[in-house]
Design a protein. Structure first.
Length: 227
């Protein structure tokens, strides 16, 4: 259930923290700077789209549909990369998806402020969904790097189990790990909002840096022979 040194780096807490920081940052980036739309939190997009429809604000409602569709396509593409025929050509689908996200965000950081949100936000949602579908575990425990509800639930459940089992160390450690992941998402969102207000689209250079570090960790781990 917990991180293990025998598992690959893409399942490590360090990589999970970096990806979750990026996930919170990107949601704040698109919400604050690009039409109050989320790049990752599809639950939020569905709720906000429903509210806009109820208010008959069709323009705002339509803003939430492209990232929803892009997220669906991103998850589909990430799963396609696990097919045997594709694995013959791409050794590490997870690193491929992460590299694609780095390239996409790097391009986005150089776009002018008047670049259409209808293209930028779905593009971010697409690559974020691919990354989210490729990096799914901390150790053997499932987590989500672009949304935090499930991570928060897992933390509270583990805390309850740890206390109910007379302070079970394993469960309490898992509670701390998932609480840290939630905190990373929150910190990423705060940082994303502040950077977007002051830097505009160049704020995307921050998640690019975070993802480059995660990419480097995974690449180094993949090249080191295992015992």
């Amino acid at each position: 259930m917990l991180p293990s040194t025998s598992l690959p780096a893409d399942n490590s807490l360090q990589v999970a923290a970096l990806l979750t920081l990026s996930g919170g940052f990107l949601d704040a980036f698109t919400y604050v700077g690009h039409g109050q739309v989320f790049a990752n939190a599809m639950t939020g997009n569905i709720v906000l789209m429903g509210v806009a429809v109820g208010e008959q604000d069709w323009s705002q409602a339509s803003r939430h549909l492209p990232p929803l569709l892009a997220f669906v396509v991103g998850v589909f593409l990430a799963n396609c990369m696990r097919l045997p025929s594709v694995r013959e050509k791409i050794v590490s689908p997870a690193l491929f998806c992460l590299g694609l996200e780095i390239v996409m965000l790097s391009i986005g950081s150089q776009l002018p402020a008047d670049f259409p949100d209808a293209w930028l936000v779905p593009g971010i949602a697409l690559v974020a969904a691919m990354q989210n579908s490729s990096f799914t575990h901390i150790g053997n425990a499932k987590y989500n790097s672009v949304m935090t509800t499930g991570n928060l639930r897992r933390s509270i459940e583990s805390l309850f189990e740890g206390v109910a089992r007379q302070f079970d160390k394993l469960a309490l450690r898992e509670a701390r790990i998932f609480a840290l992941v939630c905190a990373c998402f929150l910190f990423g969102a705060v940082l994303g909002g502040l950077c977007t207000l002051s830097m505009g689209n160049q704020a995307l250079l921050v998640p690019v840096l975070l993802l480059l570090v995660a990419f480097g960790i995974c690449l180094y781990d993949a090249r080191v022979p295992r015992q």
